[in-house]
Design a protein around this ligand. Structure first.
Ligand SMILES: *[C@@H]1O[C@H](CO)[C@@H](O)[C@H](O)[C@H]1NC(C)=O
Ligand SMILES: *[C@@H]1O[C@H](CO)[C@@H](O)[C@H](O)[C@H]1NC(C)=O
Ligand SMILES: *[C@@H]1O[C@H](CO)[C@@H](O)[C@H](O)[C@H]1NC(C)=O
Ligand SMILES: *[C@@H]1O[C@H](CO)[C@@H](O)[C@H](O)[C@H]1NC(C)=O
Length: 270
């Protein structure tokens, strides 16, 4: 727990340092871009140093989406949003409309904001376990690694682990899950030029038998039912043979009376 708190503090310190460093992002020669953080808001700036032509408007774009548009003539434009740089990292484009159009860039760069697809995973003994982490933040992760509590770093070379990573995702496959060996906490750690980030995935391995319990339950139920029906049928069979002399049960007695009545009726008819 103490280690976790220290880690969080270190990451926070890095975040502060890095957002300050990232603020110094430059752009195309005649456009200076920057961002400011404060009051739960982030403000992006683009200033054109020596406009060579008439500016007829501005536009801000992020991930191919237009965030803001105006028809002002100024050589400076800004865009403000609520939230943190960690939530909104990425490449932002500012456009000065005119002839020609001039584009600038402001990059909000943060250390990896790693999250686990699922914070806890389950696997059956003998199956392959799959744990996945992603990093949606900018810039992309340059190095991913997987660690297990009390185990150290997990390597492809071990033969039991298969690790596949890209800039925004990593996947750990654990072959032939073992209850003793593989149950526990796994950490996916990410590094980019601004720092590190990690997430924890808890893996629980169930015994094969546990996975079979529901099935075994149904089989047992069916067996019990079949046995009951079988015994019932076996007991019923001798009783079903009509026996006038000693009918043990009420329905048989009434059967017997019906029989006698019929005989009587038949005799009367004669
Ligand atoms: C922003 O990031 C992109 C992609 O990494 C890079 O090509 C570009 O030069 C960066 N822009 C600035 C202003 O740093
Ligand atoms: C852009 O210009 C505005 C107003 O002229 C100024 O307040 C701001 O600090 C400038 N920003 C940058 C990144 O130069
Ligand atoms: C991750 O990268 C892939 C390929 O570069 C891309 O298609 C996908 O949208 C990215 N996912 C996220 C969450 O950024
Ligand atoms: C990976 O993350 C865990 C959990 O925060 C941490 O204890 C460990 O030191 C990290 N390892 C590396 C190599 O960054």
């Amino acid at each position: 727990m103490a280690a976790g708190a220290a880690g969080t503090r270190a990451v926070l310190a890095l975040l502060v340092l890095c957002s300050m460093a990232a603020g110094a992002a430059g752009t195309s020669p005649d456009i200076a871009g920057n961002f400011l953080v404060g009051d739960g808001k982030v403000t992006l700036w683009c200033n054109m140093s020596e406009p060579q032509h008439t500016i007829t408007g501005h536009k801000w774009i992020h991930k191919e989406k237009t965030l803001k548009e105006d028809n002002e003539p100024g050589a400076s434009t800004s865009y403000t949003f609520e939230g943190t740089v960690e939530e909104h990292s990425g490449i932002y484009e500012c456009i000065f409309e005119g002839n020609p159009q001039t584009r600038g860039q402001v990059n909000i760069s943060v250390p990896p904001q790693v999250t686990a697809y699922k914070k806890s995973e389950h696997g059956n003994e003998g199956d392959t376990g799959v744990l996945t982490c992603k990093n949606p933040s900018f810039p992309a992760v340059t190095t991913w690694s997987w660690h297990k509590s009390g185990h150290g770093r997990l390597e492809n070379a071990s033969g039991r682990y298969i690790i596949k990573s890209s800039g925004n995702k990593t996947e750990l496959r654990i072959l032939k899950l073992d209850i003793e060996q593989d149950t526990g906490d796994y950490f996916c750690n990410a590094t980019n030029p601004l720092g590190t980030g990690d997430a924890t995935v808890n893996l629980r391995v169930r015994s094969r038998l546990a996975a079979l319990w529901p099935f075994l339950g149904i089989v047992a139920e069916v067996l019990v039912l079949v046995t009951i029906i079988f015994i019932y049928e076996k007991r019923r069979k001798p009783d079903e043979v009509p026996d006038d002399d000693d009918g043990g049960s009420a329905p048989l007695k009434s059967n017997a009376t019906n029989h006698k009545d019929k005989n009587v009726r038949q005799r009367n008819a004669n």
